[in-house]
Design a protein around this ligand. Sequence first.
Ligand SMILES: C[S@@+](CC[C@H](N)C(=O)[O-])C[C@H]1O[C@@H](n2cnc3c(N)ncnc32)[C@H](O)[C@@H]1O
Length: 255
Amino acid sequence: MSGFSAEWLALRAPADTAARDAGLLRAAADLAPARVMDLGCGTGAMLATLQPLLPRPAAWVLVDGDVGLLDQAAQRAAALGVVATPQACDLLATPLPAAAADLVTATALFDLVSADWLDRFLDALSARRLPLYAALSYDGGMAWRPPHPLDGAVTAAFNRHQRGPKGFGGPALGPEAPAALVAGLEARGYRVTVADSPWQVGADQPAFTAALLDGIAAAVAEQGSMPTIADWLAARRAATHHTEVGHRDLLAVPL
Ligand SMILES: C[S@@+](CC[C@H](N)C(=O)[O-])C[C@H]1O[C@@H](n2cnc3c(N)ncnc32)[C@H](O)[C@@H]1O
């Protein structure tokens, strides 16, 4: 399983919150689920975001393979006065846990999964006719202002890294995740609505900017195909800039 630190999840949380498409978030809340299952819940960002918009408190099942993150999610739910059942589970083996639910949610999960896993997950989801709200799947687009001559090569190498295995039984979908989700859901008789939800990362988020740059450069360096990555990183660290990272949100309802 890929490791995600609580520190990284906390750094990205403000950008995630600002990026989520408000219309799809509202439409997910309007489904008024009594029970929500959040897959790959991390420290509970989805619960903290969606629960306040629900017409009444839902019972949450929080699913993650990292028990440390799951513990933090459970504490967060308790602090918010929300009934939540933490479930430690490797989603590779169990794409959709059997817990009762009226809505399945996930944030920043589907770009990690393989095409094969997605098929197994969507088969299980559609067999139960459950709606899905999937936020913040990376779509492969990155843009910086002002531009740097190496930006295109960095994005291409980073996207190759995103397609490497992330613990879901094969190469990750990476930037193809949003399109694969739409195609798989529509083929199973879902009405799917999609919206762009890009991160906008500026000078007011220095810690997140630094972590994002380091993460991109490390992923590119792992590819071994771009010796100039250190130059790009040094240039980006030295000067103020704005980064846009493309994501998509999706709400799918069985017809
Ligand atoms: C990018 S993080 C997103 C966390 C959270 N949804 C958020 O938005 O802050 C992906 C999450 O998926 C979990 N995860 C990754 N692979 C998993 C697996 N095979 N089984 C269960 N959880 C997994 C990680 O532990 C992590 O919490």
